[in-house]
Design a protein around this ligand. Structure first.
Ligand code: CA
Ligand code: CA
Length: 132
């Protein structure tokens, strides 16, 4: 598949992975068009937790540029969450949340879910490489 823009398919804004290592797949959903504090298309990402009974809103998480610990400033048209991928890229057995925005970010998975502790912006491995 070739992709020229980050908004060609909803599948790019949904990704499943086990972020807390409990054996149940969790789901990240990017909402790049979300208006936050009057900033149009600032965007954000929901993370829903999987359980034996299925996905649940209980304990769900929300991340945006104004979430404490998330690098970068809240700006209009950042489209945070235009692409999301849950992939374990630091090898600890928990899926990490990769989010595209003006710069790509990685928020690590942990026993408590996705955390901003150790959040990094990176350019070396563009998120688009996870779409193959
Ligand atoms: Ca899980
Ligand atoms: Ca990990």
């Amino acid at each position: 598949m070739t992709s020229t823009t980050p908004d060609e398919g909803v599948h790019q804004r949904l990704s499943a992975g086990d972020v807390n290592g409990d054996g149940y797949a969790d789901l990240a959903v990017g909402v790049r068009g979300e208006e936050i504090d009057g900033k149009n298309n600032a965007g954000g990402v929901h993370v829903f937790k999987g359980r034996a009974s299925g996905l649940s809103g209980t304990g769900s998480q929300w991340f945006a540029r104004n979430t404490p610990g998330v690098p970068g400033a809240l700006t209009a048209d950042d489209q945070f969450g235009g692409l999301v991928r849950l992939r374990d890229t630091n090898g600890d057995g928990r899926a990490d949340l990769h989010v595209s925005a003006t710069g790509d970010l990685r928020l690590p998975g942990s026993a408590g879910g996705i955390t901003t502790t150790g959040a990094t912006e990176y350019d070396a491995v563009p998120i688009t490489s996870f779409l193959q």
